[in-house]
Design a protein around this ligand. Structure first.
Ligand SMILES: Cc1cc2nc3c(=O)[nH]c(=O)nc-3n(C[C@H](O)[C@H](O)[C@H](O)COP(=O)(O)OP(=O)(O)OC[C@H]3O[C@@H](n4cnc5c(N)ncnc54)[C@H](O)[C@@H]3O)c2cc1C
Length: 416
């Protein structure tokens, strides 16, 4: 079944009886060539590209809950490629290009909306840093524009330009950035993978790995043993716990990040805006709710919920930037578990166990990476070589001292 405007009209006129489930619900088979652990955005995208681009077969995705129950359905939906370091920027720009053709490619409405992202500048030193970052973006083929204060004021006259501590002096704009509907992305990849023959197996928790003579043989699951020639793990916030079962200790900590949605308001925010003097970012959903977030909770946790002090901190950031946000009522708050790496950048690599591969360390920026992460992980699984844009995301970079520390924070996962 293909989706199209014609199809929507036809179904509307015939009582919506022709729609079919987006994917099958198969039982696990005894063996696969490729098993992907984790049915979040990255796991589903990996299976999609493995089957559709790299033409591999006998693939299963094992998800302990339901598809999209993790961070892919919990994030604030921002997509962008405004990174500065050569290890990161080409990868995120590759992702941005995949986003731009994604809905046509997998024939599903993921509501990709390129309304732009504006990073606000509050000091002269920050302007220098953003100019440098903008130039790095241009070098990788991305778009970037440095805006002065008047141009920012034309776009968002309601921002607090004259805040005594954090006056707004301009902004770095990426117009091709924006938002996408997070669970729509998971459903689109799931449907596309299923159509290519991938078994998407829900309620199937991986509880252990069978490893013989340093080589993966299969996975133990809550639905029995499944043999596999290659296993790719993409479980985001659960990475340390899952990889521990393979005997691996990783440079990753798990932290909680919360998201916030206000009541519906008239259209106000043109795209995504980030506060440059504190941690606060905001966009507006198509239903009118202000969608915003800030810092992680700051302590290690596997709980998918956060605490009040961070709620207060995030709202204070919002008030400093746009005081009228204090008049809006908060409707919903929730949390997700972030796989924070030591340098704030991801890992897409083999592991010391032959046939076991790792996709992790997305911190709170992995949604925008979903297409490129899935593509690169599929490339690695299919060819045993890293995709050129992901070649710096090696597991041993911490031992080698080749970290990709975008924020310059050092080995402090809670600060990336
Ligand atoms: C509040 C919040 C806001 C965010 N905002 C943004 C944003 O604006 N932009 C951005 O780029 N990123 C953002 N992120 C980060 C982004 O959502 C994540 O980095 C990304 O979704 C992680 O990859 P994933 O989708 O594969 O993870 P998940 O969806 O978490 O997928 C992992 C899956 O693995 C499953 N799993 C775990 N253990 C097992 C097991 N033993 N067996 C089988 N399955 C298992 C889980 O159930 C889960 O479904 C945000 C995250 C949060 C929580």
């Amino acid at each position: 079944m293909r989706f199209s405007g014609f199809r929507v009209i036809k179904e509307a006129l015939t009582g919506h009886k022709g729609w079919q489930p987006l994917w099958r619900n198969p039982d696990p088979k005894p063996a696969y060539d490729y098993v992907i652990v984790g049915g979040g955005g990255h796991g589903l995208a990996t299976a999609y590209y493995l089957a559709n681009t790299f033409r591999k077969a006998r693939i299963a995705v094992l998800e302990k809950g339901w598809l999209g129950s993790g961070n892919i359905g919990r994030n604030t939906t921002i997509i962008r490629s405004n990174y500065g370091l050569p290890g990161n920027q080409p990868f995120y720009e590759f992702s941005m290009k995949l986003w731009e053709g994604l809905e046509q490619e997998f024939n599903f409405n993921a509501m990709v909306s390129q309304r732009g992202i504006l990073n606000l500048i509050h000091t002269d030193a920050q302007r220098d840093a953003y100019r440098r970052r903008g130039n790095a973006m241009l070098f990788s083929g991305a778009d970037a524009e440095l805006l002065d204060r008047d141009r920012v004021r034309d776009m968002c006259p309601w921002l607090n330009f004259d805040n005594a501590r954090f006056p707004i002096k301009g902004g770095l704009m990426q117009r091709r950035a924006g938002t996408a509907r997070h669970d729509g992305v998971a459903w689109g990849y799931a449907r596309g993978a299923d159509r290519a023959g991938v078994d998407l197996i829900q309620n199937c928790e991986v509880t252990g790995f069978r490893i013989e003579e340093g080589r993966i043989r299969g996975v133990e699951t809550s639905r029995g043993y499944i043999a596999a020639a290659k296993v790719g793990v993409a479980v985001a916030g659960s990475t340390s716990r899952v990889m521990e079962k393979a005997g691996l200790r990783l440079p990753i900590e798990s932290h909680v990040l919360q998201a916030f949605v206000s009541e519906g308001l008239k259209p106000l925010i043109p795209g995504v805006i980030t506060f440059g003097a504190g941690h606060f970012y905001v966009s507006q959903s198509d239903k009118g709710g202000l969608v915003f977030g800030g810092d992680i909770d700051g302590y290690n946790s596997y709980a998918q919920r956060g605490n009040m002090p961070v709620i207060e901190d995030v709202i204070e950031g919002g008030m400093a930037l746009m005081p009228m946000i204090g008049r809006a009522r908060l409707l919903r708050v929730w949390g997700g578990i972030m796989d924070m790496s030591m340098d704030g950048s991801p890992i897409i690599d083999r592991t010391p166990v032959e046939g076991l591969y790792l996709n992790a360390g997305w911190c709170y920026g992995g949604f925008k990476a979903t297409p490129a992460s899935g593509y690169s992980f599929a490339h690695l699984l299919a060819t045993d070589t890293p995709h050129e844009t992901a070649r710096h995301f090696r597991l041993d970079r911490f031992a080698r001292g080749h970290v990709i520390d975008e924020k310059g924070m050092g080995a402090q996962p809670n600060l990336h």
